[in-house]
Unconditional design. Structure first.
Length: 290
């Protein structure tokens, strides 16, 4: 009861006068002190979501990229901040770009996920063949419909059926990893053929696309992306995070030494929890270096 009473007093009276005194002493409003006193990246950008700042930033955190600059000026005007305060202006501008960029990134990823793999689409087919050539450079694919697809971890003789859940996003991720980290991709494919600890490389890769997508969707990637990108996160940064997941999952799988692939869901969830734990750190950056 006492705690509740103190909370009521603080929110209704004490906090107001404390803010007033601090502004008088420092010459800065709460928003200025907040942006000046936090490190660039996730700590700074996530801090402007503080409930006490909702009034001034309610519209700012929902604007489109083209409106960010005007929004910064409006916030400075409303909070009576000198327009010559370039430090504040830059910090707020970057943070708002990161916020709006995250939302745009999710929409772009979602749109790609919604595109079904179409075997009549030449671009889709070209990407699929590119995946084969990147992973199996010394073996020719004898036919588009072939049991050979199982050699890189698809379930049957036509990979298109395996892309139903993640759509084209699953294929784009697999190709991105194989193109930008070719040596690592071939090495992991080799690992996946282990006689005891092997797993289906492509199927697991698509499963990790779903993991990356869900982490983006629920906001868990904010700290990682805000620390990684000083501005607008792009789909390239999502693909980079996916590459990290593939590389780390392979290490995790062999460290855990599962009894069989039948236990995949258990270890997949265990790995998921590990990644979610890492993403809770405000200073997190999960990247796979060349």
């Amino acid at each position: 009861m006492l705690v509740y009473f103190w909370g009521f007093l603080y929110s209704k009276y004490v906090r107001f006068w404390l803010k007033w005194i601090l502004r008088l002493l420092t010459g800065k409003c709460e928003l200025q002190r907040l942006l000046d006193g936090t490190e660039a990246g996730a700590q700074r950008t996530l801090s402007i979501g503080n409930p006490s700042l909702v009034g001034v930033l309610r519209n700012a955190v929902h604007v489109e990229e083209a409106e960010v600059e005007k929004c910064v000026r409006d916030v400075m005007k409303e909070k009576k901040i000198d327009q010559k305060d370039t430090g504040f202006k830059t910090n707020l501008h970057i943070s708002l770009l990161q916020i709006t960029g995250y939302k745009t990134l999710y929409l772009n990823v979602e749109n790609l996920r919604k595109v079904p793999y179409d075997s009549n689409n030449g671009e889709h087919e070209d990407q699929l063949i590119e995946l084969w050539n990147l992973l199996m450079p010394h073996e020719n694919l004898k036919a588009r419909i072939s049991k050979q697809w199982c050699d890189i971890g698809f379930q049957g003789d036509d990979p298109k059926t395996d892309f139903r859940g993640m759509g084209l996003l699953g294929l784009v991720n697999l190709v991105y990893f194989s193109k930008h980290y070719t040596e690592e991709a071939r090495q992991i494919l080799s690992h996946s053929n282990h006689p005891k600890l092997g797993y289906s490389y492509a199927i697991v890769g698509i499963n990790l696309t779903e993991m990356a997508y869900s982490l983006l969707k629920n906001g868990a990637l904010k700290s990682h992306l805000y620390n990684m990108v000083s501005g607008l996160p792009q789909i390239e940064h999502f693909h980079q995070f996916y590459c990290y997941l593939v590389y780390e999952f392979d290490k995790f799988w062999f460290e855990e030494e599962p009894e069989s692939i039948m236990h995949f869901n258990h270890y997949r969830e265990k790995f998921h929890e590990k990644i979610k734990g890492l993403l809770l750190d405000y200073n997190v950056m999960l990247t796979l270096q060349n």
